[in-house]
Write a protein that binds this ligand. Structure first.
Ligand SMILES: *[C@@H]1O[C@H](CO)[C@@H](O)[C@H](O)[C@H]1NC(C)=O
Ligand SMILES: *[C@@H]1O[C@H](CO)[C@@H](O)[C@H](O)[C@H]1NC(C)=O
Ligand SMILES: *[C@@H]1O[C@H](CO)[C@@H](O)[C@H](O)[C@H]1NC(C)=O
Ligand SMILES: *[C@@H]1O[C@H](CO)[C@@H](O)[C@H](O)[C@H]1NC(C)=O
Length: 400
C-alpha cells in the first residue's frame, strides 16, 4: 500500500509538471483554464483509482488511520494516510471533528514555543495560556498534505514574531483530515474544520477572552477555503474583519456557489494572493482585493523544471508556484512595502500590459480597504522577491 501511494505521488507530480509546462506555453490565462479545470478532472480520476484500491484492500484496522509523515526534500513535510478520514465505507471514521483539530498558540513572550490549546472549551484557558484580548490575533490554516507547525505556518509565524508589535498567533493543525493522497476528502473536510474553529472562537468570545474584531484569518490553499467556512459563521457586528487567502484551493470548489467556497462576503475585508490560478489555486477574483503576482497563472518565475533542478528544489516543483503565495505574504510581513502593485480592471494577461503603471496598493500585510479591485505586479524569481515600482517599470513588459 505504501508503495502504491508513493507511485501515485510520482504519477501525480509528473502529470502536473507536464500539464503546467504545457499550459504556460500554449494557453492564455483564465478563460480556457476555467472551462477545462484540468486538475479538478485529474484529481477526480486519481481519486477513483485510489478509492478502488482502498475498497479492495483488507478491512481497515485502526492502525491504518494513523497518518505518517514523509519528508521529501528536507524542508517540506507531507502527511500521508493509507485511508482517508471521511465519510465512506472504507474511510477512517472522523467521529468528533474536534479530536482532529489542534490549535497551537504562541506569541513573542513564548518565543515561538507552542501551547497546544487543542479544541478544549474551558473558561479562562486562553487567558491563562497568555492570550491577550487587546492584541491582534493571527490564525493560520495550512493546506493539503501539510501540518500546523509545518513550513508554511512557520514562515508566517517567524515573520510576525520579527515585527516590533506583539500578536496572539495560532497555527491550526488539521493534518489528519488533509492527508495525502485524499484530496477530495480533504476538500470536503474543510467545512467541518471551519465549523470546529468557529465554535472555539464563539466560545472564547463569550468568555470574554477573544475580541472577534481583532481576528485576522490567514489560510493557504485548502486552508483558505477553511477560513471561508469560519467567516461564514459570523455575521453583522461579529463579522470577522479580515481574511487573507493565499492561493485559495480551486479543484473541486465551485466557481458560482459562494456558500461552498471562500468569497468576499466571509469577512469585512478579504485579500487574495493568486500564484497558481487555474491549477491548485482559484483562477478568478474572490475577494475585495485580488493580487496577481506575475499574472497569477500556472507557472511563477523560478518554478520551471530547469530552475528547480538548478536550485535543487525539483521535488517541490509540482507545488512551487502554489507555495510562493505564503513566501510572498511572509516577505510582506517583514517588509510591508515590498510589493507595490498596479490596479487593473481585468485579470487577463493582455490587459495587465495596458494598465497605467502607478502604485495602486500593496500586496500582502498592508493590504486594506482603502484600495480594492484587481492588482498586478512582478517579482524576482527568488527571495527577496520584492521589486520596487521602479524595478517593475524597468523589468516588466508593461506600458507605463
Ligand atoms: C476492486 O474489486 C472490484 C470488485 O471485486 C473489481 O471490479 C475492481 O476491478 C477491483 N479494483 C481494483 C483496482 O483492483
Ligand atoms: C489523528 O487521528 C488519530 C486516530 O484517530 C488520533 O488518535 C490523533 O489524535 C489524531 N491526531 C491529530 C493531530 O489530530
Ligand atoms: C466578542 O467580539 C466582539 C467583536 O465581534 C467584541 O465587541 C466583544 O467585546 C467580544 N465579547 C467579549 C465578551 O469579549
Ligand atoms: C492602506 O493601503 C494604502 C494603499 O495601498 C496604503 O498607502 C496604506 O499605507 C495602507 N494602510 C495601512 C494602515 O497599512
Amino acid at each position: 500500500m505504501e508503495y502504491l501511494i508513493t507511485l501515485a505521488l510520482y504519477c501525480f507530480i509528473l502529470n502536473i509538471v507536464q500539464i503546467s509546462e504545457q499550459f504556460n506555453e500554449n494557453l492564455e490565462f483564465k478563460s480556457s483554464l476555467v472551462e477545462e479545470d484540468a486538475i479538478g478532472g485529474f484529481v477526480t480520476v486519481l481519486d477513483n483509482i485510489l478509492n478502488n484500491l482502498a475498497r479492495n484492500t483488507s478491512k481497515p484496522d485502526s492502525n491504518y488511520c494513523l497518518p505518517f509523515v514523509l519528508n521529501i526534500d528536507g524542508i517540506h513535510e507531507f502527511t500521508i494516510n493509507v485511508r482517508p478520514f471521511g465519510y465512506c465505507s472504507y474511510c477512517c471514521p472522523i467521529g468528533n471533528p474536534s479530536n482532529h483539530v489542534n490549535l497551537y498558540f504562541t506569541n513573542k513572550e513564548k518565543g515561538g514555543t507552542f501551547t497546544n490549546l487543542k479544541t478544549i472549551k474551558k473558561s479562562g484557558l486562553y487567558k491563562s495560556a497568555g492570550f491577550r484580548k487587546d492584541l491582534l490575533t493571527i490564525i493560520y490554516i495550512h493546506g493539503f498534505t501539510e501540518a500546523g507547525k509545518n513550513f508554511g505556518g512557520r514562515r508566517i509565524l517567524e515573520a510576525y514574531l520579527s515585527r516590533a508589535e506583539d500578536y496572539n498567533i495560532i497555527l491550526v493543525d488539521w493534518k489528519n483530515l488533509s492527508a495525502f493522497p485524499w484530496y477530495n476528502h480533504a476538500a470536503r473536510n474543510t467545512k467541518i474544520v471551519g465549523n470546529t474553529v468557529a465554535n472555539i472562537l464563539e466560545f472564547y468570545n463569550k468568555t470574554g477572552e477573544i475580541d472577534l474584531s481583532k481576528v485576522h484569518l490567514i489560510g493557504f490553499s485548502l486552508g483558505a477555503q477553511v477560513t471561508g467556512f469560519i467567516g461564514k459563521r459570523f455575521k453583522g457586528k461579529h463579522k470577522i474583519p479580515r481574511i487573507t487567502a493565499l492561493d485559495p484551493a480551486f479543484p473541486l470548489f465551485p466557481l458560482e456557489d459562494l456558500s461552498q467556497r471562500l468569497s468576499k462576503f466571509d469577512a469585512n475585508f478579504v485579500d487574495v494572493i493568486h500564484t497558481n490560478g487555474g491549477m491548485f489555486g482559484f483562477p478568478i477574483s474572490v475577494g475585495h482585493a485580488d493580487f496577481y503576482p506575475n499574472g497569477g497563472g500556472i507557472l511563477q518565475p523560478g518554478c520551471r523544471l530547469s530552475n528547480l533542478i538548478e536550485t535543487r528544489l525539483a521535488q517541490t516543483t509540482v507545488v512551487c508556484s502554489h507555495y510562493l503565495a505564503y513566501e510572498f505574504y511572509a516577505e510582506s510581513v517583514r517588509n510591508p512595502k515590498a510589493f507595490p502593485a498596479v490596479k487593473c480592471g481585468s485579470i487577463s494577461k493582455g490587459h495587465f500590459k495596458n494598465c497605467r503603471f502607478v502604485v495602486g496598493g500593496y500586496m500582502g500585510f498592508p493590504a486594506n480597504k482603502s484600495s480594492l479591485g484587481n492588482f498586478y505586479l512582478t517579482t524576482n524569481d527568488r527571495a527577496p522577491f520584492s521589486r520596487s515600482m521602479k524595478e517593475q517599470r524597468f523589468k516588466a513588459n508593461i506600458i507605463d
